[in-house]
Design a protein around this ligand. Structure first.
Ligand code: F7E
Length: 324
């Protein structure tokens, strides 16, 4: 079989990292786009292309050079609280950016005759103020942030390109997924990094917002496998990807700090500025369809995930402490 080519937008993010590893292990030729502000900028790499979701112009050139069979759209302004401060930017990048990719694929297919499969990184944040629990593919959306509104726009554009042009375009509705490579602004990594730094004496306090919020947290390494499986189906479809188990931020905190024998009470403080204008109180996904049709299931448990993240952050903190 000829080597397949994949293009991953946002390849330097957590999911881009795990997905490129997976695709390389399957023999794909992997290309990625990187925003000009991303880490590692300026380093020459023939498989990396500078591109941003706000830019509609050079995608045709990137497609010409990479000839992708599959495009995974993982790039986004993905921080929910930041989206309240940058609503227009988030709509332009996370929402209209998805449409830019879809439209570029449609035009490229028309001129080149090549078929490209498209994966959209849709989000459980679209369920927002949940109408039913657990949430599945039929649960109505009620987005609660500029980020979630932008993701709803991207979701429906993906469905529309599938229905209007017969494109293979699918949505993975992924619930929160974490790993040691999670960005430090997300609550899980913020907690594991702080626990490790407190343990070695590099940090004294941890300020958090709403610790009563509940999320369905899984391991990013498991979730990229679901993305790939969706792209190998005979027909494009939309799938919820989740563990079906929900925990509070407080639960996460207790396991992380407990793993390092640290006392929570003395170090964790509430900071009102970290609360959101509108909160998503609780999310819990029903991934039955992914289990049945994709044969997918999560492998890493919540407790294993927390410990995996703390252990890596402890190594980093010990190294940082030693180099002081
Ligand atoms: O917040 C609460 C916060 O920022 C989780 C993104 O990947 O998953 C992620 O969105 C919860 C919220 O993730 C802090 O209020 C308390 O209830 O880790 P998070 P998120 O907003 O759920 C979805 C699926 C995506 O699509 C998004 O792109 O934790 N929380 N205190 C805090 N959150 C943060 N970030 N920082 C705090 O200090």
């Amino acid at each position: 079989m000829p080597t397949k080519s994949a293009l991953i937008t946002g390849i330097c993010g957590q999911d881009g990292r795990y997905l490129s590893e997976l695709l390389l292990s399957k023999g794909y030729e992997v290309h990625g786009t990187i925003a000009s502000r991303a880490p590692g900028v300026g380093e020459a790499d023939e498989n990396l292309f500078y591109w941003d979701l706000s830019d509609g112009t050079n995608l045709q050139q990137i497609f010409k050079e990479t000839q992708p069979d599959e495009v995974y759209n993982l790039a986004a302004q993905s921080h929910v609280r930041l989206s309240f401060e940058l609503p227009i930017h988030t709509a332009n990048v996370t929402g209209v950016g998805t449409l830019r990719v879809l439209e570029a694929i449609r035009q490229f297919q028309e001129t080149s005759g090549k078929q490209i499969r498209f994966y959209q990184a849709s989000s459980s944040e679209m369920f927002g103020q949940v109408k039913h629990s657990p949430q599945n593919e039929d649960t109505p959306f009620h987005p609660r942030s500029p980020y979630a509104c932008a993701k709803v726009f991207g979701f429906w554009q993906t469905v529309n390109y599938r229905e209007s042009y017969g494109m293979f375009a699918c949505n993975g509705i992924l619930f929160n997924h974490e790993s040691p490579f999670r960005g430090e602004a997300f609550v899980t990594r913020k907690i594991t990094r702080a626990a490790a730094r407190i343990k070695v004496g590099l940090q004294q306090k941890l300020k958090l917002g709403n610790t009563q919020a509940r999320r369905d947290w899984g391991f990013a390494g498991d979730y990229v496998d679901a993305m790939w499986k969706m792209m190998q189906q005979d027909e494009a479809d939309d799938f919820v990807v989740a563990t079906g188990v929900t925990h509070s931020v407080q639960d996460f905190l207790e396991i992380a700090f407990g793993h390092l024998d640290l006392d929570l009470e003395e170090v964790v403080e509430t900071d009102q500025s970290l609360f959101r204008p509108a909160e998503v109180d609780t999310l819990c996904g029903d991934a039955s369809k992914a289990r049945e049709k994709l044969g997918w299931e999560p492998k890493v448990s919540f407790e294993e995930l927390v410990r995996m993240m703390v252990d890596r952050d402890l190594k980093i903190a010990e190294r940082d402490a030693a180099s002081r």
